[in-house]
Ligand binder design. Structure first.
Ligand code: COA
Ligand code: MG
Length: 299
């Protein structure tokens, strides 16, 4: 969780080869977009998609939306060219906010990518996000996230790849996700230990809004900052699930106001209507208020 909260409630994937989707993204209510050069682009379409994405970045117009590009894996023939194109764009001030690296399995892999970005002249403002989508990555999530303590690694978020995890492990994707719950929680814990954000995986059945909405609320309860999405219809329910509800914001404001009173300056614990509040609750309350104020300020 960053000190000045950057809302990452809803982050929409779109194929880098899909010009229409890239155009639409400029007016959608998502907090961020992930322009995909990896799984969502066929091998023969990769070079053209890379050019299209560079043009879209140059054209800009994404407003408050955080722009992330998912490159092909470090062990593929496209990785070097993908990274070079993004580093070039970033050096011209037309880069994405972050590069999402697929199939990260160790902190060393991120270290190598970060060094490569340095060598390519990418400014420090170009961050890295890491896909956690293999069994080894889940096992090593703590080490991977802790690498973020070194700013040279550029790491600011983990993104769960639940489809790949299901494929690699045999764990089925079922309502409530009991087979994966331990891994999901473990990744939230890892991200927090490293002081970074963490986004949940996608919900494939984009016409099933009821199931999707339930999963968004479950993800918010688990502590995720937001969820990755595949279709524009998923944005609104996702934003709603990850936005603190009005009552929670009102309560947060009451807690802050109470602890800020001069007569309470020396107190560590207070009560409001039979409920205990410690200073840690005031800290949480300040984060809640800061998040909703950032969202509101964007209009
Ligand atoms: N981003 C931006 N716009 C999108 C979009 C996305 N991910 N998915 C759909 N849209 C747009 C379509 O362009 C269409 O716009 P239009 O009617 O104004 O032209 C509108 O939303 C409705 O789309 P719809 O017809 O319901 O879906 P589709 O058949 O065009 O696309 C998918 C369905 C699944 C192929 C598409 O949603 C998609 O590509 N999703 C992302 C896949 C991806 O990136 N996966 C990799 C990571 S998991
Ligand atoms: Mg994947």
């Amino acid at each position: 969780m960053s000190p000045v909260p950057r809302p990452r409630r809803s982050v929409l994937y779109m194929p880098g080869a899909n010009a229409r989707a890239l155009e639409k993204a400029r007016s959608l209510a998502c907090d961020g977009i992930i322009i995909d050069l990896e799984d969502a682009v066929a091998p023969e379409a990769k070079p053209d998609a890379r050019v299209l994405v560079a043009q879209a970045l140059e054209a800009g117009g994404f407003g408050h939306r955080e722009v992330v590009v998912r490159v092909n894996g470090t062990d593929t023939p496209w990785f070097e060219d993908d990274l070079a194109a993004l580093a070039r764009a970033a050096a011209k001030g037309a880069g994405p906010d972050a590069v999402l690296i697929p199939k990260v399995a160790t902190p060393e892999a991120l270290f190598v990518v970060a060094r490569r970005l340095d060598a390519l002249g990418a400014p420090a403002s170009l961050k890295l996000w890491a896909m956690i989508e293999t069994p080894l990555a889940v096992l090593k999530a703590g080490e991977i996230a802790l690498a973020a303590r070194d700013p040279a690694i550029r790491l600011t978020a983990l993104v769960l790849g639940t489809n790949d995890l299901s494929k690699e492990t045999g764990a089925r994707i079922v309502p409530g996700r009991a087979p994966m719950l331990g891994w999901l929680s473990h990744c939230v814990l890892a991200a927090r230990a490293g002081g970074i954000d963490v986004l949940d995986g996608v919900w494939n059945g984009f016409r099933d809004m009821e199931g999707f909405t339930r999963e968004c609320h479950e993800a918010a309860e688990l502590g995720f900052d937001g969820k990755t999405l595949i279709h524009p219809t998923q944005i609104e329910p996702c934003n709603a699930a990850f936005t603190p509800p009005e009552e929670a914001v009102a309560e947060a404001r009451r807690v802050i106001e109470l602890f800020d009173r001069p007569e309470n300056a020396a107190k560590g614990v207070l009560q409001i209507e039979g409920r205990m509040y410690e200073r840690m609750h005031a800290d949480i309350a300040r984060k809640t208020v800061a998040l909703v104020e950032t969202i509101a300020a964007r209009g």
